[in-house]
Write a protein that binds this ligand. Sequence first.
Ligand SMILES: Cc1cc2nc3c(=O)[nH]c(=O)nc-3n(C[C@H](O)[C@H](O)[C@H](O)COP(=O)(O)O)c2cc1C
Length: 319
Amino acid sequence: MIHQKNPITKSPNHQITKSPNLSIKIGSLVLKNPVLLASGTCGYGTELDGLLDLDQVGGIIIKGISSSPRPGNPPPRLVETPCGLLNSIGLENVGIESFLKDKLPWLRDVKTSLIVNILGNSVEEYSEIAKKLDGAKGVKAIEVNISCPNVKAGGIAFGTDPEAAANVTRAVKKATGLPVIIKLTPNVTDITEVARKVASAGADAVSLINTLLGMAIDIKSRRPALANVFGGLSGPAIKPIALRMVWQVVRAVDIPVIGIGGISTPDDALEFLMAGARAVEIGTATLIRPSTAGDVLAGIKNYMETNSIQNIEDLRLPE
Ligand SMILES: Cc1cc2nc3c(=O)[nH]c(=O)nc-3n(C[C@H](O)[C@H](O)[C@H](O)COP(=O)(O)O)c2cc1C
């Protein structure tokens, strides 16, 4: 897609206006627009080839990558719920070496910002992957999934322990010069406490929310519907919770906040931007309708033109 900078266009009321500026900054990372594809719902990019013009989105966030390949959990690992989806994929991925060798070359040709989501079961694992991504041509930023169990602390998720979350942040920041986005879990009592800790540990931005822990029971087989029993809830059902948490975190930290959770329409995205999110990620909605991100982007642009709003930041509600 040819990206013209602020071309002169006619607004719906036929006044000559400048096209809105959709580009945003997250630390040193400049994105051409604020609509990103969420980790785990766009695979390694190739899965969406031909279904969505990847060049038009602000960024692609790759499926969580670990130090070694992971097979993930046994099936069934997806269950639909009212207005939502429960998944227990178990962080299946090809591992960092295969990602760099087999997946990254194709992704380099996509004209959007490539952000790699990473995961680990120890601070050292996060650090090791971040180091390997540091010099990788084409990678523009790292998003750190801290919803993973810390094996050295009895399996408690890094993201539910503010100190452990800060330790991961410090280690990843030390290992790479790339901008670091820490992805927060909603499965905590006070998400602002973790957000403050990772911000003071040097995070360039936070993204939220990851999935909410849930379960379903198959009453015919009389067994939990997921082989793993518990799974992560996503989709429109979680949007009000995500929006509330984004609102709180925006007001608790000084670094950029990326909003995620149930965004399926331009109006959903606008709510997050009005709450103060600098950008949004589209997850489950892409699995339902792969063109969603393109439609959300067009809708945001249309809203800004109709309401004569020039910059994305101007969408934020006054305090
Ligand atoms: C099938 C599936 C796989 C996911 N895999 C990851 C992952 O690897 N890393 C991660 O940080 N989040 C992962 N997520 C969470 C999403 O990126 C997102 O935070 C969450 O689904 C909420 O957004 P949504 O309601 O728009 O889907 C996954 C979600 C789904 C549905």
